[in-house]
Structure formats: C-alpha cells, structure tokens
Design a protein around this ligand. Sequence first.
Ligand SMILES: [Zn+2]
Ligand SMILES: [Zn+2]
Length: 355
Amino acid sequence: MRVLKALCWIVGLLLASALTVVAAWHSQLQHLGTHGVIALYFVLAAALAIPARFLSLAGAYLAELLLVGWARSSLRMLWKPSASMRMDMVTVVMQLLLPQRHIGYALSFGLLYLIDVGTRHLDQLSMTRLLPTWSLQVLCVIVFQSCLRYWMHRIEHAIPALWALHKFHHSAESLSLLTSTRATELARGIEIGLVFAPAALLTNATVPLPSMHSPWFAIAVVYFVYNTFFAVNGYFVHSNLSTDYGWIGRWLLVSPRMHRLHHAKSASYHDKNFTFDLVLWDRLFGTYAACPPGTDPMTIPLGLEDNPFNFHDGLGGALREYFFKTYRVFWQELRKGLRAWLPRPPQALPGSPST
Ligand SMILES: [Zn+2]
Ligand SMILES: [Zn+2]
C-alpha cells in the first residue's frame, strides 16, 4: 500500500510539473519542436488545448497539494474562502477568463495600450545584437532584466503613490497560489511602464539557439532549466511551501520562504527581499532578510498594519473593492503626495489688510 501511495505521488508530481512546463513554455518548446526535438510537446499541446496560464495554474495547484498535503494546500483554501482569498479569486478571474487585454486597456487608463503599441517599435533600440554569441546575449538579458525588476519593486515601496497601488498585492492576509496574480491592471501598466524604456536596451536574443551538436548546447539546456524553474517558482513563492531551498535560496534563487517574509506585516521584513528571481540584488543592495533561527516562517503574520482591503462580504463586495476601492486608495495617496510636493501659498501675516 505504501509503495502504491509513493508511486501515485511520484506520477502525480511528474504530471503536474510536465503540465506546468508545457503551459509556461509554450512558445519556446514550439521553437524546439519545429526542429523535431520534442515531438511529444505537440501531442500534449493538442490534447490539452486549454489556455496556457490556466493549465500552468492547475499544474502548480497539483504540485503544491502533493508537496504540502491537503490541510495546508491552496486548494483547501478555495473551499471556504476568506475575504482576502476572495480578492485573489477576483484578480485571477480577471486575468484568466475575461478578454483581459481590452479590459486591461480601460482599467489602466490606456497605459497598457500605449505600451502594447510602443513595444512594436522597440527592436531598433535594443543593443542585444551587439553581443556576439547566443549564450552571452541570454546571460546579459537575464541579469539586466532581473536588476530592473528589483529596482522597479523597490521604487514601488518607496514612492507613496506607487505604494498605494502595490499595497493591494501586499493586502493579502494569507498566501495562496492565486496571490501571485493579485494586482490591478493599473498597477500592472505602471510596473511595465517603469521598466519599459530601460528594458528596451536589451531585449530577447537575436542570434539563433545553438544546435544539439554544438558545444554550447549545454548552456541552452541550463537556460531552459532556469526559465522553467522561474515559470513554476512564480507560483510557488506565493504558495504554502515553507522551504528556503538551502544554500541555493540563500545565495542564488528566490525561495518561497524569502518572498513570504516580504509579505510579512512586521516592519523589520517589510522593505526587504524585493527580488523576483536572483538573490544577488538583495544581497548587493543590503535588503536581504532571513527568518531568525527557531522561527517558523508559516506563523509570521502577513498583510498590512493599515489594510484598507478585505473588508467586504461576498462576491459583490470583492468586486467593489477590486474595481473602485483600489483606485480610490491610489487617488487619495496621489493627492496627499501632490499636496506635500506642491509649494504652499504664502500665509497672510497677522494684521495685514485682507482682500
Ligand atoms: Zn512588494
Ligand atoms: Zn508577492
């Protein structure tokens, strides 16, 4: 019986990982598939003709369930959802099921539309082609874009109006796989906008992938493993896994524990662990924080001290918070910031004639 259970576990985990990888790396695998390397991909893609993100989310749910068990799983949290969880569900529905591109254009006040139009002409700006080999190109792009995302995230915490938008992501009082999508379309537009111009300086590789017979093919394999890891890890850093991945998580790649601390209510963790992928940036710029020895990371309270969200009852209230309250909070913070920034009119001196 124990052998059967272990076998089910292994098969389930392999299947979940395969689904996640296939969904997340749709375009890249297709590229390899045209060279006849991964014929199996076409069979899977044809059999599982479901939107890629939905499939990858389902795979991540299954993998988390197998790793942490039912009692701690994100799947169980869907059963009797808390107010925080209902907000996560609204955001994921917005992204997965609705024709989000056009709704996103409206909800970001046209910002996402401008970015979409702008990206069509960005290739001319890119300096990637100046780098001689495919390996050098992908390495520089990975490091450069990772650094940009670190600073984008740090700026979101430092500027009050941007924090007013980003705090919606931090308003989750419990983490589940859906929290990874918890953001408004306006926040998404501004996040892309912040890295838009600098990211255009180094875009995707322009040199073709090395062939299987090239000595550089090993680097291509490392690159795909790296990207696959992050496709899965994007969900797992908001999961109920408590692992820190050992020395890899402490020095190389962001772990679920590291990002959980970033979501902690406590001020000592709040402006820490900004990275989305490489730990290098937090180490380099002094924002790395680890869980003190003997502390269970799963017991650290999450969310915000002054949380304006998760006060609703039922789905109607969750929709009101998503569509109205997020914008109201942003507007209030923006006004407060502008008032502090604009010069004040001179005060009339006591005894001076009034007009
Ligand atoms: Zn943050
Ligand atoms: Zn997060």
